[in-house]
Write a protein that binds this ligand. Structure first.
Ligand code: SF4
Length: 342
């Protein structure tokens, strides 16, 4: 069982102490006896302990930086929401395929932002700009926010904030089962709580440092019992030998272990595995023993932004995935909605 994340080292921006959450976190980490260092900016934490890049990367993944979010311009977040709401950046998990390895580059440490009220004010403006249409905010674009929220409770605040809003909805996805503190949040059905699920093979070999499948299913059942709309993201769909049976077992387990009420308003999102050439280089450096297959010859090249294309599965393989997993959804969860396959 993966324990809730406790950082080995904490950095704080002095300005973070001007906010109640900053003070609260400082007291918490002092009480826990965790070393706290100062940093002038959460963007500039340098000299993390470690003798080489490999060690420094691992240190960063267990380092929490407490800062103030200055950029309150939100990125867009298609296809799952209109905007990404920035409550945290980075993740303690070690999924080999994780895109944060490339997007966060030299800053793989975990950052949490204490100016949550200012972040909500910015969200409010985005909502007003689109009203009376609804605006969906995705809270897990640059982190696995649930993985750190047992310490910060900023996600919990966001859930309650959107619970009261007229036109806003919140969504996020997690691979962590540490959800107990979120069960009594006043969500008013306005937050969709999603879990990233996968075949046992993928979780076992490619997702170290995250909660195991059984723990995620148990957490999903609790979340459904607390009345949250529930969703599953199957990502990355990964073709290994016997993948059809692996994914069938996944759907069977979900079906057998989830209570009926959990399946009434259920959504699925399906995302195939993809990689870019720069990502492949970083993954091979960070996880040299990984079983993750990234053979460009076997994949289809899809042109992308800034000349960096990605390698996805061949058309017939994509069709096979869509048919196979779509079939399992129909068979095991006939009332569920498939939101997209990409
Ligand atoms: Fe990346 Fe999500 Fe894994 Fe964290 S849990 S390492 S964000 S894929």
């Amino acid at each position: 069982m993966v324990k809730p994340f406790i950082p080995e080292l904490v950095y704080m921006e002095p300005r973070a102490l001007e906010y109640p959450l900053g003070q609260n976190l400082k007291e918490k980490f002092d009480d826990m006896g965790i070393e706290i260092r100062q940093t002038t900016s959460h963007n500039q934490v340098r000299n993390l302990p470690g003798e080489n890049d490999f060690q420094k990367y691992r240190t960063a993944k267990s380092t929490l930086v407490v800062g103030v979010r200055k950029t309150l311009k939100f990125d867009t977040s298609k296809p799952s929401a209109e905007y990404a709401i920035p409550l945290a950046t980075g993740c303690m998990g070690h999924c080999h395929y994780c895109y944060l390895q490339t997007t966060m580059g030299s800053k793989p440490y975990i950052r949490t932002y204490v100016n949550v009220e200012e972040i909500f004010d910015a969200a409010e403006k985005y909502m007003q700009g689109r009203a009376p249409e609804e605006t969906r905010f995705e809270a897990s674009c640059t982190s696995d926010i649930v993985g750190v929220d047992h310490l910060t409770h900023s996600l919990k605040q966001a859930i309650e904030y959107f619970g009261e809003s007229e036109n806003g909805r919140l969504r996020f996805v997690t691979k962590f089962a540490h959800v107990d503190h979120l069960l009594d949040a006043k969500h008013n059905g306005r937050t969709r709580f999603r879990f990233s699920m996968n075949a046992d093979y993928v979780i076992k070999y490619l997702e170290p440092g995250t909660s195991r499948l059984n723990e995620r299913i148990e957490a999903a059942a609790k979340v459904a019992k607390a009345g949250y709309p529930l969703g599953f993201i199957i990502a990355p769909i990964y073709l290994y030998e016997d993948w059809k049976e692996g994914y069938r077992i996944l759907f069977e387990k979900l079906h057998d272990r989830l209570p009926d009420y959990a399946t009434k308003d259920l959504t699925f999102e399906l995302i195939q595995h993809r990689f870019t050439k720069p990502a492949k280089r970083v993954i091979q450096k960070n996880y040299p023993m990984s079983k993750l297959e990234m053979d460009e010859e076997k994949r289809k090249y899809k042109w992308g932004k800034y000349g960096i294309g990605k390698y996805v599965y061949q058309n017939d393989e994509q069709e096979d995935m869509k048919q196979t997993l779509g079939g399992y959804i129909d068979q095991y969860f006939p009332e569920a909605r498939l939101e997209y396959f990409t």
